[in-house]
Design a protein around this ligand. Structure first.
Ligand code: SAM
Length: 275
């Protein structure tokens, strides 16, 4: 096997049962386009190639991408792209049909499923990239560092809840499916891992907020975790307006951002915008 590049987060999954559970968490993929992020040595790729309507696997490491391309050259449903997932324009890449190219009645896929044991050093960037293209995706099953999985699924009021939780929960319903010890990988990473299933279900319309400005509001709210919501907002809004908005929303003046549900946060946002 190829020498592993630690800088690219190359800890390959060796636990076959875990690989099966990850792929199973996507549901029926036989009529779906599946995007695999960082296929590496192919622990998930192998299962996906046999079952997916179409598989697009994106690998940054040239050697690994070449090996995979060679291995799957005879699979008409598999495409290996060598590249950085953070630069992929999913709208272009995913404009495809399922089945052999010469099929006269190709099946147009519904939204796409994404899967990957992520390179942990860019977990947040990959998530933001997927959210940017959220209209392309239906379900995302990813392995991340266990603490990150716990933060993403944390509920308001818990100490782990923060910007990553709020942003992810704005776009998706989140589930932590299971965790894995370092021994499930070769070489073993220093951290435990967690497998998440994210069902894409954006909440912007229901909350009555515009995506970009609301996310930028969240960034302000969570800029300094130890500060109260009022203190975090002071640089963007006059104190009197913040006080009035909190009062109208029935929220205590000393509340911390991590204690508010997305519904309440959106209410404060709307009140401030309209004041
Ligand atoms: N999926 C394989 C498995 O389960 O064994 C490999 C997982 S390994 C944790 C992460 C993989 O992502 C590596 O193969 C690494 O080369 C690849 N990778 C790292 N950065 C990447 C990037 N920016 N774009 C695409 N792939 C990347």
């Amino acid at each position: 096997m190829t020498a592993k590049n630690a800088k690219l987060g190359q800890n390959f999954l060796t636990d076959e049962d875990a690989a099966k559970r990850i792929v199973a968490a996507l549901g029926d993929v036989s009529r779906s386009v599946v995007v695999e992020i960082g296929p590496g040595a192919g622990a998930l790729t192998e299962l996906l190639a046999e079952n997916a309507g179409a598989l697009v696997a994106i690998e940054l490491d040239r050697l690994l991408a070449t090996e995979l391309r060679y291995k799957y050259s005879r699979y008409s449903n598999v495409e290996i792209l060598e590249g950085d997932v953070l630069n992929v324009d999913f709208r272009t890449v995913l404009k495809r049909t399922i089945g052999p190219l010469d099929d006269l009645r190709p099946v147009k896929a519904e939204r796409v499923k994404a899967v990957g044991n992520l390179p942990y050093y860019i977990t947040s960037d990959i998530l933001l990239r997927l959210f940017e293209f959220h209209d392309q995706f239906d379900v995302v099953v990813i392995m991340v560092q266990r603490e990150v999985a716990e933060r993403i699924t944390a509920q308001p009021g818990s100490s782990e809840y923060g910007l990553l939780s709020a942003t992810t929960q704005l776009y998706c319903n989140t589930e932590l499916l299971f965790t894995l010890p370092p021994s499930a990988f070769s070489p073993p990473p220093k951290v435990h891992s967690g497998v998440l299933r994210l069902r894409v279900a954006p909440r912007f319309d229901a909350l009555g907020v515009e995506a970009r400005s609301f996310i930028s509001f969240l960034k302000t709210l969570f800029a300094m975790k130890r500060k109260t919501l009022v203190n975090n907002l002071k640089k963007d809004f006059p104190a009197s307006k913040i006080k009035a908005a909190l009062q109208e929303a029935g929220i205590r003046a000393d509340v911390r951002s991590e204690a508010l549900t997305l519904d309440k946060t959106a209410e404060v946002f709307r009140l401030l915008k309209n004041s």
